[in-house]
Design a protein. Structure first.
Length: 641
């Protein structure tokens, strides 16, 4: 089957406007976004106390659990949270946004828009995007496993039982994605409020029993521990990094909530709760000497089962946040022309972020199941999990340096001072993660490279295909004079041609006339232009040019967070009384199928085969542009690459 490969976007429309403002922009002023941000943005980082300290103590097995050792480990966690999350992301990175949208692809597009088009920017952005897909598979696996491992404390279960239960939860989690998270999302925030509150209470109770742990707020203990254990220092850093694995979500989910609610949620509840709980875990170890399943052992036995249930619920919420983030990333990649069209279902009329992409959902589900079956425990998954996030953060730091210069116009000295500190920190964490490359750390890198190859091949093939399609240009005046000379019949009605051609006759129009020997009296051609900003205003969305009598061309701009609805756009513009013919108008789209040549100077044969497979499996233009099926005509063409 042949498919058109025009890149498209998705957004929300009112009855009178075409995505003029960001959906729900007015809602962001309401205080409930504070609670909503807790449920979506901080779900991942909020569940890190379940496994981070356990992994750290596992790294120090064989060492004595002296006061200085525990103080050093807790200090390392606390200052990692402060420097990476509070200073870097909440205080600095959130300030650089693409019209309110965040994330690596949005940041990459923003930098390119300034005119800085170095190839490494694109490479870094795509690698980071690939890592986020890997994170979307890793987070459900490691988070749910870590929560269910609390069952071993409650019932002394054999660990073999944990894996089937985790898989069952994953099946349910990914199965409900098509229904959307609009209704479920209403309870996410309150649940996370309860979760963070309990984290703080548990921490405070244990700190009261052993207040000496408060000395860990002094960074001296972290430096002292690392300097006295050089041999395992990088391994320790890699484990400590797990406490900030959800920090990248702060930036990626900024567009859904805004900067202020995210900052308020972090500083007023999430951040202090995490600090108190980690300190409480350290106090519990010093007091009891227990170094396994710390989180569940530090509460009374009768509270373990309720806490396991709450923790499992929190990890499901954390997993949901990453899955939704992968959907949003895919939508941006499609709009920017880095991925083929995929069926995107909007599951809520009130929120553009509430979307479902079946292909991505199936991919993440399959990867998560395979990860659980292979690694079997959260500790074994820690290496793969940590390196994924650390590389993403290093990429963000590099792009942040360019943005500081190109967007903020800061001095090189100030940029060097700020970025230099973050590069050292991020670099140390990346090196620490690479130390476990052969123990699972290779997985996110391998996944990232696979996604990078797919996106690169699609972009290259898409560009090459368009060059072939528009190699021969036909001038408007010449063509319509030729139509008159050939006495081509002009019939009543409106024909709408979807095309990339802006300055010449659309190839699909000439193909149509050549095959059908007729043409409607009213003709509209539309070129969809994907801009590197999330949202477009009505004032700048369209430019209309009359090419000849009865023929208008429209350049329609859409942001990468918007949905394209061509009939609605034309209805609002009402060119040539379009609304009169709305139900009888015919939409023409091209449909290309790829023929792979034996010798190809454009792309290696294996890349051409991959591109042809992607084209075959991409959705039709009529679906992605919301064209009425009964009014669409596809004109096919075989193109050799």
């Amino acid at each position: 089957m042949a498919h058109n490969i025009l890149p498209v976007s998705h957004a929300t429309y009112t009855n009178k406007t075409i995505g003029t403002t960001k959906p729900n922009s007015s809602d962001k002023k309401h205080s409930f976004l504070f609670i909503a941000a807790l449920g979506v943005v901080f779900g991942d980082i909020g569940t890190s106390p379940l496994y981070t300290f356990n992994v750290l103590l596992g790294m120090t097995e064989g060492l004595n659990t002296s006061t200085n050792t525990i103080l050093g480990l807790v200090s390392l966690i606390l200052w990692t949270l402060i420097l990476i999350t509070s200073v870097k992301y909440v205080s600095i990175v959130l300030k650089i946004n693409n019209h309110g949208e965040g994330g690596l692809l949005a940041l990459m597009s923003l930098i390119i828009k300034t005119g800085y088009k170095k190839s490494w920017i694109i490479f870094a952005g795509l690698i980071g995007a690939g890592l986020l897909y890997g994170d979307g598979a890793l987070t459900p696996a490691v988070s749910i496993l870590s929560a269910l491992e609390g069952l071993q404390v409650a019932f002394n279960f054999d660990h073999k039982i944990i894996v089937p239960i985790a898989i069952t939860i994953l099946v349910v989690l990914f199965s409900i994605q098509p229904f959307g998270t609009a209704k479920v999302g209403r309870v996410f925030g309150p649940i996370m409020v309860v979760w963070f509150t309990i984290l703080a209470i548990i921490g405070i109770v244990n700190i009261i029993h052993y207040p000496t742990i408060l000395r860990a707020t002094n960074p001296y203990y972290a430096f002292y521990f690392l300097s006295n254990h050089i041999g395992i220092s990088f391994a320790i850093l890699g484990a400590a990094f797990l406490c900030v694995t959800g920090a990248e979500a702060l930036y990626a989910d900024m567009g859904h909530f805004g900067i202020k609610p995210i900052r308020q949620a972090w500083y007023f509840l999430a951040f202090p709760s995490l600090l108190l709980n980690y300190a409480g875990q350290g106090a519990f170890v010093l007091q009891s000497g227990i170094t396994q399943n710390i989180f569940f052992n530090m509460v009374p036995e009768y509270l373990v089962i309720p806490l396991v249930i709450l923790a499992t619920t929190a990890t499901v919420i954390a997993s949901q946040a990453l899955i939704t983030g992968a959907f949003s990333l895919s939508r941006q990649a499609i709009q920017l022309g880095w991925l083929p069209n995929m069926r995107i279902i909007h599951t809520s009329e009130s929120g553009s972020g509430q979307i479902y992409i079946g292909a991505i959902n199936l991919l993440l589900f399959s990867l998560s199941i395979l990860l659980i079956l292979h690694f079997k425990s959260s500790a074994n998954l820690a290496a793969a999990y940590g390196i994924s996030v650390s590389i993403m953060m290093l990429i963000t730091t590099c792009l942040l340096a360019i943005a500081m210069r190109k967007i903020w116009s800061l001095s090189y000295l100030l940029i060097g001072l700020i970025i230099g500190i973050f590069l050292i920190i991020d670099g140390m964490f990346v090196i620490a993660g690479l130390a476990k490359f052969f123990h699972g750390g290779y997985l996110p890198i391998l996944l990232s490279l696979c996604f990078f190859l797919i996106m690169s091949i699609w972009r290259k093939g898409f560009t090459s295909l368009n060059k072939l399609i528009f190699k021969k240009k036909i001038e408007f005046d010449y063509y319509f004079s030729d139509i008159k000379n050939k006495a081509i019949p002009r019939v009543e009605g409106v024909s709408v041609f979807i095309t990339h051609a802006q300055e010449s006759v659309p190839p699909i129009l000439s193909w149509h006339v050549e095959r059908n020997k007729s043409l409607t009296k009213s003709i509209i051609s539309i070129t969809i232009i994907s801009d590197n900003i999330p949202w477009i205003t009505d004032e700048t969305r369209t430019s209309i040019i009359q090419r000849s009598e009865g023929f208008y061309h429209i350049n329609a701009h859409f942001g990468f967070m918007e949905k394209i609805d061509i009939p609605l756009l034309l209805s609002n513009l009402n060119i040539m009384n379009f609304n009169q013919y709305k139900d009888s108008a015919t939409y023409y789209v091209s449909s290309e199928s790829i023929v792979v040549r034996q010798k190809n100077k454009i792309m290696p044969k294996w890349q051409t085969l991959v591109f042809a497979w992607l084209v075959r499996n991409s959705i039709k233009t009529s679906d992605s542009l919301h064209l009425p099926n009964e009014q669409v005509v596809e004109i096919g063409r075989r193109i050799a690459l």
